[in-house]
Write a protein that binds this ligand. Sequence first.
Ligand code: NAP
Length: 486
Amino acid sequence: MHPGAVSTPLSASSSVVANALTHQDGHGPTFPVVDPATEEVLADVADMNGSAALTALDNAVAAQQTWSATTPQQRSDVLMRAYTLMIQRTEDLALLMTLEMGKPLAESRGEVAYAAEFFRWFAGEAVRLDGGVMLAPDGQSRLIVTHRPVGPSLLITPWNFPLAMGTRKIGPALAAGCTCLVKPAEQTPLSMLALLGILREAGVPEGVVSVITTADPGTTMAPLLADPRVRKLSFTGSTEVGRYLLVQCAATVRRTSMELGGNAPFIVFDDADPDEAAAGALIAKMRNIGQACTAANRIYVQRGIAGPFTEALTAKMSALRMGRGTEQGVEVGPLIDPDAVSKADRLVTDARKRGATVRLGGEAPGGTGYFYPPSVLTDVPDDSDMMRTEIFAPVAAIASFETEEEVIARANDSEFGLVAYLYTNDTRRGWRVSEALETGMVGLNRPVVSTPAAPFGGVKQSGIGREGGFAGIEEFMETKYIGAAV
Ligand code: NAP
């Protein structure tokens, strides 16, 4: 079977998968992609080995010079066509994403739009790559600064945002003039294969983007990680795997970007409106069924507002309808796999043992599908496991606090530093606390920070580098300086 080949009953109903199929066909080892709501196999996808991955790299290396020699306008036009095609195919892409990942259709549609926006944003950036010229301080030379594409890039993505985590890397890589190898998560490769079809249709030549599907990432990716021709690794995933990949990249002194795990504090001061803050917490917690690196993991509420806030959030959480993401009106789909359900169970049991109170949910329903209900826990102690690690489930962990200084210290007491949220009606406090929080991003009276125009990323063990904004494309460029005699 050729790289990324798929055989699937979906191909009959989904033009985007059919599109991917027209580019790849063959026979060989495969692995199944499962619908987490029904536990049924959706498709069998090619299980590529290290030698197939190296062939894809050969193609990327061969295409690098030609791709980087295209004009910025040509690269911009290709990305704009890809943007338009994604928007036109929203329904197909959203259905595919919901089937393989589980999120409700409305959220999948939102992700398609968000993912496509990275192509539109970087189509704009492609034609605005600037440099600089200045006279050296001694007046003897002109310092000319330009940028060059870093070269063939390996892009590794997680399952939780199957399209957006890809386009956030592919967009700037292509705009900068880099060829790329994309390795989607084993659990959600179909969306990426569909996107590959769209990129080809938009005019991306063979070899410029390849998708590597595998059920054995350690073995299949090892030859690529060891190969000095891979000049850049852009990774989104867990901190644990990120640490391992950083070590692998040390041998070839490869450029890396790391978008890793989070443990976001969501802070509500008692001068905030409890309903507005609860509505924000609902969004920050429940986006993607709680499976987002930006998910509100630790909800700290000032003592004076803890009662009304908890009541409002619990009422909103209990009103959510759980079910298969394809069904009308469903707001909470299944988790990605049985391990995610066991982890949620384990975290809730641990918090309970340490003195937390379960206000809502707190138990997996069992039966078919990897479901876990919206749950609310209060008085969750700081030393409970759910306050220290990513919950990655629809479980809201609430704790109370007394003072601003105290909550800043508790919020910063984490190895992670991706995002923090705070709700307050005191403007000066809003600025003060935003600056004191040790995170790459802050949502100030806002539950969502992601936008292609902003530099997304974390500090501490949440990552290195930024995606989106002006910074996103710099991750795929080398700076070159020419000192020219005057
Ligand atoms: P993961 O287990 O770290 O996997 C991420 C990707 O790395 C997958 O494609 C995985 O392949 C691959 N991988 C695993 N081991 C590898 C190896 N030895 N060599 C090369 N590739 C390897 O993370 P996940 O469970 O998919 O995603 C959830 C995590 O991602 C959470 O921690 C979340 O916070 C983080 N995340 C961060 C951001 C951000 O922007 N900071 C955004 C989204 C998610 P397989 O699927 O085949 O294992």
